[in-house]
Design a protein around this ligand. Structure first.
Ligand code: FDA
Length: 307
């Protein structure tokens, strides 16, 4: 209930202005977002890499309303990739992109987003790292998978993201487990209707386990994005049942969530990648993080009343 209210508010401009202007929001935002500019982001990234973690960087922005804005997002990614190369980080750090930020929601936007994604992939290829295409709400899934397929014709290392809350995802996993396919499996962060998505957490979790097994039984490189001990436990049990090499999959978590556990799992020899968002357009990302955990909202409200 609270989750759906927060996810609804993540798309409400009037609330956006109030939340962004509220000074105490900033403190909570800092936990989840690595600052507003590239220098902030690289500082956080270096610190994570020094702790033995891998990183994927997301330049925040999903409110792209003009082609010029989409171009600026693309240019920022190219600049980011060049900086990663200059600072010797391309072995440990890749980037995550959202097709909406690259213009996919504009009229004729799919071609524009594909062109922009190609520019980013070319830059990643040049510096020797990879790109993963985030999953947005279910209305975009088919178009995103089509775009990923086109990108992979030239850049077979492009990763895609699947969400276990969607009914379709087991089938998508079966189609995404060919040799070399990088597939990030998450639960899904968007409010979705019951026509397309499991509503109960238990059903989302059950499907996560099923999809994880499907991916691990295939020949791709699964990337398990979850903070949930039960999901991680299932993944590790299946890895040993299937005798999978420890370097043939990744565990992934978000910046600011279970940071000590990230380091602990990396210390056990797992490839642990942290998703690091940065940029000024943090509102929608931040609201999804609040929606995932009511305790985060309580923290914010308490700060408000203690003033
Ligand atoms: P769940 O929500 O059940 O949480 C399990 C436990 O993790 C909680 O009990 C709590 O301890 C901790 N936790 C989870 N969220 C927290 C929060 N916000 N604050 C504090 N603690 C929290 N989604 C999507 O739709 N498209 C995408 O492309 C991606 N990409 C992506 C990349 C990576 C690397 C990760 C880790 C996640 C995503 N997601 C995503 C988000 C994902 O779909 C999901 O919403 C969150 O990961 C939370 O789900 P969990 O699997 O952690 O389980």
């Amino acid at each position: 209930m609270l989750k759906n209210v927060l996810l609804g508010l993540s798309r409400t401009p009037a609330v956006k202005h109030a939340v962004v202007a509220f000074p105490l929001t900033r403190r909570l935002v800092e936990r989840f977002v690595a600052g507003e500019n590239l220098d902030d982001c690289l500082r956080v990234t270096h610190a994570l890499v020094e702790r033995g973690l891998l990183v994927t960087i997301d330049f925040l922005g999903e409110d792209t309303t003009t082609a010029a804005q989409a171009d600026r997002v693309t240019d920022t990614y190219v600049e980011l990739l060049n900086r990663l190369s200059a600072e010797g980080l391309t072995g440990e750090v890749e980037v995550s992109i959202k097709l909406s930020a690259l213009g996919a929601l504009l009229a004729g936007g799919h071609e524009l987003a594909l062109d922009n994604a190609r520019v980013i992939c070319a830059a990643a290829d040049r510096v020797g790292t990879t790109v993963t295409v985030d999953a947005e709400d279910h209305t975009t899934t088919d178009a995103t998978l089509r775009t990923v397929a086109k990108l992979r014709e030239q850049y077979p290392w492009v990763g895609t993201v699947l969400q276990s809350m969607l009914y379709r995802t087991t089938t998508d996993c079966l189609q995404q487990r060919d040799p070399g396919n990088r597939v990030r499996l998450c639960k899904g962060a968007y409010a979705e209707p019951s026509e397309v998505a499991h509503q109960a957490k238990s059903a989302v979790d059950r499907n996560y386990r099923r999809c994880a097994t499907v991916l691990l039984e295939g020949d791709g490189r699964p990337l398990f994005a979850t903070h949930d001990d039960a999901m991680i436990g299932h993944v590790l049990d299946e890895v040993s049942r299937l005798d999978r090499a420890v370097d043939s999959f990744e565990l992934q978590m978000l910046l600011g969530i279970r940071s000590d556990e990230q380091v602990r799992l990396a210390g056990l020899g797992h490839s642990m990648r942290v998703y690091v968002p940065f940029g000024t357009d943090w509102y929608a990302y931040f609201m999804r993080r609040l929606a995932e955990r009511p305790a985060n909202v309580v923290f914010l409200l308490r700060a408000l009343f203690e003033r």
